[in-house]
Ligand binder design. Structure first.
Ligand code: NAP
Ligand code: FE
Length: 386
């Protein structure tokens, strides 16, 4: 029987030049904004200056926190929250990639909730809603602007695991999606983040929690990324392609906001924490092998994905696991994923990653196929040792 919930409360402003509306949008919430950015790109490419100018024009005071690193740490968000409270800010503006958006969400949690951060790791643990957060993504990848998730690196633990906070209290209030802010992304950042968006859409579509509306959103994201990610990689200045990529990344975010991701995302995390792969690339490296092993769990859905991703697949009439995995692999390479990795890793590390993944019962249960220890280890080996 059909059963689902739907809650994505973020108001979206989409279009080239929309970032200029930041003053008016923020003015509806407060007078003292903490602007959270990464260490360099927001300033280097001039986005921060535009925002500062528009906020000042509206009479809004700006406090800057420009310290967010990729895969933000507990320490960084604690510093940001300290600044928010000390300066008596009333609004947060996040300007940057997913790391920045997630850091801003967690700064908001710590600003309004009294316990140490680890108390909020997991699902629905946050008691008080974060202050009004306006998210301005500068990558087309995570979709964090429309998700109730934040991913934080726990630098206090061995191996620096990624911890997830999932809670409706952390949704951004508004999101400004201005594709012009993504034009400065390098080929590898465009590829890594685009592949992250693709994995969100694919995993949501395949999740056991999927329902007709989430599937429709996910397929629209897959079809759009299929058309526009390779086109952007071929011409980084193609604004139309960049726009559609940003649209697709937000759809991918909506899809995982409704269903969550699957074991593929969980498997990618240790490749970032332990081996330093960017988040999207970690998913991309594992993707074809995850595909091959999981295909028998739902051949119909896998086939539907591939014909939406690659129009030519229809002509080939894909019905075979290997054939479709190969098409996915080719698509990922056309989208900028490197053909090989030069990382040196021992099998015993992969064994320990596999033990950790198997503890994630929730992600296992929603995945399209229940993978065994041997199957998960084999995915890691094929992706990293072959
Ligand atoms: P990111 O870690 O935010 O940024 C990667 C790099 O891109 C940084 O060095 C950043 O520089 C640079 N950059 C950002 N925008 C740029 C631009 N317009 N031009 C040039 N360089 C730019 O990358 P991301 O893939 O967007 O975010 C990854 C994080 O999000 C991970 O921690 C991942 O776990 C998390 N995530 C969250 C969700 C969610 O739902 N919340 C979903 C998936 C992933 P600066 O640092 O100098 O700005
Ligand atoms: Fe992701």
């Amino acid at each position: 029987m059909l059963e689902f919930g739907f809650y994505i409360p973020t108001k979206i402003h989409f279009g080239q030049g929309k970032v200029e509306e930041i003053g008016k949008i923020t003015g509806a919430y407060g007078k003292r904004a903490l602007v959270v950015t990464g260490k360099s790109s927001a300033k280097k490419f001039g986005f921060l200056q535009v925002i500062q100018e528009k906020l000042k024009k509206e009479g809004i005071e700006v406090l800057l926190f420009q310290q967010v690193e990729p895969n933000p740490s507990v320490d960084t968000v604690s510093k940001g929250a300290h600044l928010f409270k000390e300066e008596k800010c009333d609004t947060i503006i996040a300007l940057g990639g997913g790391s920045c958006l997630d850091a801003a969400k967690v700064i908001g949690i710590l600003a309004k909730n009294p316990d140490p951060l680890e108390h909020y790791f997991g699902k629905n643990k946050v008691k008080e809603e974060i202050p009004p957060l306006i998210a301005i993504p500068t990558t087309s990848g995570t979709g964090s602007e429309v998700t109730p998730y934040a991913v934080i690196t726990d630098t206090e633990k061995e191996n620096h695991p990624k911890k997830i906070i999932a809670d409706p209290h952390i949704f951004p209030r508004e999101a400004i999606l201005d594709p012009a802010l993504t034009i400065s992304l390098t080929p590898s950042l465009t590829s890594d983040t685009g592949i992250d968006a693709l994995s969100h859409a694919v995993e949501s579509y395949l999740s056991k929690k999927a329902f007709p509306l989430s599937e429709t959103i996910a397929l629209e994201a897959i079809r759009t990324i299929g058309e526009y990610l390779p086109r952007t990689i071929n011409n980084l200045e193609d604004m139309e392609a960049r726009s559609y990529l940003m649209y697709a990344a937000t759809l991918g975010g909506m899809a995982i906001a409704l269903t969550g991701a699957t074991i593929l995302h969980a498997m990618g995390y240790p490749l970032t924490s332990n081996l330093g792969f960017p988040h999207g690339r970690a998913n991309g490296i594992l993707f074809p092998w995850f595909w091959e092993k999981s295909f028998p769990g739902n051949p119909e859905k896998f086939s539907k994905i591939i014909v939406n991703l690659d129009k030519r697949a229809k002509e080939y009439q894909i019905k075979d696991t290997r054939e479709s995995a190969l098409l996915l692999k080719k698509f990922l390479h056309r989208s900028g994923l490197p053909e090989s990795t030069d990382i040196k890793i021992e099998e015993k590390s992969l064994v320990s990653f596999t033990h950790e993944i198997l503890k994630n019962k929730e992600k296992m249960l929603v995945s399209p196929k229940q993978l065994s220890f041997e199957e998960i280890l084999d995915i890691y080996k094929k992706a990293l040792l072959a």
